[in-house]
Design a binder for this molecule. Sequence first.
Ligand code: GLC
Length: 746
Amino acid sequence: MRLPLVTLTSLLAVIMHAQTPSCPDRVETLLARLTLEEKIGQLTQGVIHAPEHVEAALAEVRAGRYGSFILSAPPEIATTLRNQVQQAAVGQSRLGIPLVFGYDSIHGYRTTFPIPLGLAATWDIQLVEQGQAVAARESRAVGVDWIFAPMCDLARDPRWGRVAESFGEDPYLGAQLVAASVRGFQGDNPASPERAAATLKHFVGYSATTGGRDYNTTDITPFVLRNAHLPAFEAGIQAGALSVMSAFNAIDGIPAVTNRALLTGVLRDEWKFNGLVVSDWNSVAESITWGYAADRAEAARLSLLAGNDMDMMSGCYRETLAAQVAAGTVPLAAIDEAVRRVLRLKFKLGLFEAPLTDPAAAARSFALPDAPPLAREAAARSLVLLKNDGVLPLTPAAIRRIALIGPLADDATEMLGTWPGHGQPADVVTLAAGLRTHLGPAAQLTVLRGCDLLPSGPRTRALPDGSNVTDEDANHRAAVADENDFTQAIAAARSADVIIAAMGEPRGWSGENSSRAELSLTGRQPELLRALAATGKPLVVVVFSGRPLALTETAEKANALVQAWHPGLQGGPALAAVLCGDLAPTGRLPISFPRATGQVPVYYNHAMTGRPDMVDYRDLTRDPLYPFGFGLTYTTFTYGPVEILAATSRARATVTNTGTRAGEAVAQLYVRDVACSEGARPVQELRGWQRLTLAPGESRTVEFALTDETLGFVDRSGKHRLEAGEYRVWIAPHASTGTAAVYQRP
Ligand code: GLC
C-alpha cells in the first residue's frame, strides 16, 4: 500500500521527534559527562574584542574552561573571531559544547535607534518591539546570540547617567516596553538566525543609587522594591526572557550579585524563573570591595549560592570553585544547577545544531531596506514638543533663511548616544543634513557651531625634558577662534528669519559611569543661548541629551522647545519632518523634567505625604518643569470628565481635537488607591494608555477596564493583591492635570 506523501512526512516527523531527546534530557545527558573543571568552565565568561583575545583564549576553550564570551569586536572581524573560538569549542574540546556570545545591542547593533529613554518617549509598544527585532537580527547575523538588554531599571534620578538606557520613571510603562523588547529580541523561536536571547538587567534596584552617583549603594524599602523596581523584571520574565543580569549595587548592605533573597527567593522561588543569571562585569569580585565577601573564594561561593550562575569577568568562579567543591564548602549540586541553566540557554538558542555563523550573514542583514525607515519612525515618534508659541511648524516664509546654531547641529557621532552598538557616524543623518535635504536648495540654511559642547582644556606643549608647560600662545589663539565662532554664530542668527539652536550634553556624559551633579547645558551653550535669544529672532531649541536637563531658562528663552534625546542614525530627517510640519510631534515624556537640579529626584508617582500642601521648597516649587506623560503636538485636545461605569468596572472619557490639524492624543489612565493596608501608595500610578488620532473637531470616547491589574499592588511577600475601597481615576494627557473620578471598588 502506498502512503500519501503527507502521511509519510508526518510519520517521519513523529519518528524524528521521538528520536530527538527533549531539552531537559539533553541537558542531563551532557551534564553527566562533564568533569568538574568543565562545569566551572561553563560558568565562566570572557571577552573577545580583538584577534589577540582569540589567541589567548583558544587553549582555554579547547580545555573547556570557558562557556561564553562577550563579542564586542567590530562587525568587520567579529564573525571571524567568533567562528575561530567556536570552532575550537565544538571541534577541539572534549565534549564539543558550543560557546554563547553576548553583547550590548541595547538600541541597535548597526542600525542605531534612539536611546531607550527616547524609545520610551514613543509610548509605542509595537514600534519598540520592531526596533528591538532589528537589533536582534543584526546582532545574530554577526554571531551575537545573547543581547544584554533590556535594561529594566526604574529611572527617577537624572543625575544618574544610565537613565539614558532606561524606559523612564514609571513601572507600568517600563513593564510594557521591557516585555516588548523581550518579544522583539527573542521572537517565538530564539534559535532563529534573526533572534537572540534577552537579558533583564540590572537585577535589582541599581537605579536608586544614592546621589545619582553610579555604582553607589541603594536604600530601597521593601514596598517600593515590590511596586516600583520589580514590576518591569516580572513583566520580562512573563514575556519569556531567557536571562537576567545581576546588578552592581548593594541593597540593604548586600551586593546584588550575592543577594540570595532576590536572586533565588524572588526570581526562582516566587517567579519560577529557570533561565540563566549572569553577573555584571567584575561584580563578583566587587563584593569584596563592598566589604561583604572576605576574599575571592567567598565572593564566588556567596554569588553562586545566591543564584548567580555565570561569572562575567571576575575570574573568581574559575579560580576558586573547584577547590571549594573539594573542600565541601560549595555543594556540587549548586554548580550542576548553574550549568544546567547555561546548557539550557545554549540548547534554546540552537547552538548545538548551528554553532557557527555564516560570515556573509551580517552584510545581508545590515543592508535590509526596512531598517532605516523604522529608525526614522522611531526617532520621529521619540521627539517630545515641550513648548511652542506657534513658531512651529516652520512656515514657508520662515523657512527661507534659517540659522542652525549649536555644537549638536551637525555632529554625527553625538547622535548615536550611549551604548550605540556598532552604529557608524557615517550612517548618521544629522539635523543639518536632514534639514538640507528636506528644505532643498531654495532655503538658505547657515550652520555654525557657535561653541563647543565642552570647554577645551588649557593647551600645553612638551619641553625637551619631557615636562609640559602651558602654551599661552596656543591658548590665546584658541580663545580668539572660540570667540570668532561665537560671534559669527550670533551674526548669522541676526540675519536669519528663524534660529534653530541644537544644544544639549555630550553623549559621553550619559550612560555608565557618567553621573552629573548639575543638569545644565554644558560649556558656553547657556551663554550662546542667551545671545541667540537677545537677537529677538524666533528661536527653536532642540535639546539632544541622554537625560532630562534642567531647562527652565532654556524654556523661558525659546519660542519652541523640542526634546530629541540621542536619536540615532535618523534623527536628522525625523526632526526636519517634525519641525517643518510634515509630521506632527507625538512623543510623551517617560520621565519628569526638573526645574532645577536641586529638585531631583522629582517624579510623578511620589507619595502623598501627610502634608501635601507643604512640600514646596522655600525657593522653588516641588513641581517639575514638565511632568511625566507630557508632550504637545500641532493641535490641541480637551478631555471630558471621567465617567465611572461601576456595573462593568470601567472608566471612560471623551477626548476632542479642538485644533485645526489632525493629531494624535495619548490618553493616559492613572489611578490612586486612597487607603492601602500594605502601605501608602503613590498619588498617581499609570495603568494604561490609548492613542487616538482625531481629525479637527472630532471627539472620541476612550474606555479603560478597572481590573485587578489596573488597581492592584504587590505586597511585601510578593503577592499581587487588590483591596476593596475608594480609588481615584484619571483619564488625562499627562500626570499633572485632569480631575479624578471616585470609584468605589466593591
Ligand atoms: C557593563 C554594564 C552592563 C553591560 C556589561 C557588559 O558594566 O553595567 O549593563 O551589559 O558591562 O558590557
